[in-house]
Design a protein around this ligand. Structure first.
Ligand code: OOG
Ligand code: MG
Length: 268
């Protein structure tokens, strides 16, 4: 199971694999998936690699500005052939302003995702966090678009490999309008994604684990396995509501969020 506590890799191998994945991210090149070379890698090893890459970034002065859940909708799980959600961290330089041009050449094979973000006013510490705890602890909800960019060849991976690769995190945009969770119907909140003026995906909040707040609850409970929590003020993306859409240089996008405005951008 994903919460297994055993390591099969040594500390040195974990450090070396963290560097391997992070270098591919920073320099935008493809690598083969880790489980091809280390079939014995456990979930514990995979999360240790992710946390070690995060530590390396922080040691260089990079700030961690949020967390994201991934593979939280059936659309995403069936698209990627993986049947369990995962999480990743968001670094300061992943953030792109609303309406921005995103530099395509800094990425390998990006895809865009329609998401929502929760901002907390209180800490959430698992285990045992449920939707009610999340709604009580949420300050506001706002639109988000994630740009994912797996470092693995042809965007193909298994759950352990994608966890080690920070769950494909690469860029994200947030903006539009914020709203209190009590003023939204989070399950029926509709999203429409357009690329180059054509509608390419539509969906609603309930696609994410039945309720968007369930994703934040799951994150708090997964973090508790490492004795970590989501502090007050945390920014958390819930995972794609629809399938991710491949983009090319020159493409522009607009994602409409019912009642919360829209987010747009362009790849240049
Ligand atoms: C893994 C990350 C998925 C999401 O929102 O589902 C993700 C991937 O599909 O590359 O960010
Ligand atoms: Mg995502």
């Amino acid at each position: 199971m994903i919460n297994e506590m055993k390591n099969q890799l040594t500390k040195e191998q974990i450090a070396q694999l963290a560097e391997h994945c992070e270098k591919a991210e920073l320099e935008a090149y493809e690598i083969t998936k880790i489980t091809d070379d280390y079939p014995q890698m456990t979930y514990r090893d995979a999360f240790d690699i992710q946390w070690e890459a995060r530590r390396r970034k922080e040691a260089r002065g990079t700030k961690i500005v949020g967390m994201k859940m991934g593979l939280t909708s059936w659309a995403k799980m069936s698209q990627m052939g993986v049947e369990h959600p995962c999480y990743g961290y968001l670094a300061d330089y992943f953030s792109v302003p609303e309406g921005a041009s995103i530099r395509f050449d800094e990425l390998i094979h990006p895809k865009i995702e329609a998401e929502l973000a929760f901002v907390l006013k209180e800490e959430l510490k698992g285990p045992g966090i449920h939707i009610g705890d999340v709604l009580r602890a949420t300050d506001f909800v706002m639109p988000a678009v994630e740009v994912i960019d797996s470092r693995y060849k042809d965007f193909k991976f298994d759950l352990k490999s994608v966890i080690a690769d920070n769950s494909s995190s690469s860029r994200f945009m947030t903006g539009g309008n914020m709203a209190k969770p009590e003023d939204l119907d989070l399950k029926t909140l509709g999203v429409v994604m357009e690329v180059n003026g054509k509608v390419v995906q539509t969906g609603a909040g309930a696609a994410v684990l039945g309720h968007p707040a369930a994703s934040v609850a799951m994150l708090a409970n997964m973090l508790a396995e490492r004795d970590e929590s989501l502090p007050a003020g945390s920014f958390i993306m819930i995972g794609a509501i629809t399938e991710a859409v491949t983009v090319n240089k020159g493409d522009s996008f607009v994602v409409h969020f019912n009642g919360l405005g829209s987010l747009s951008g362009r790849f240049e």
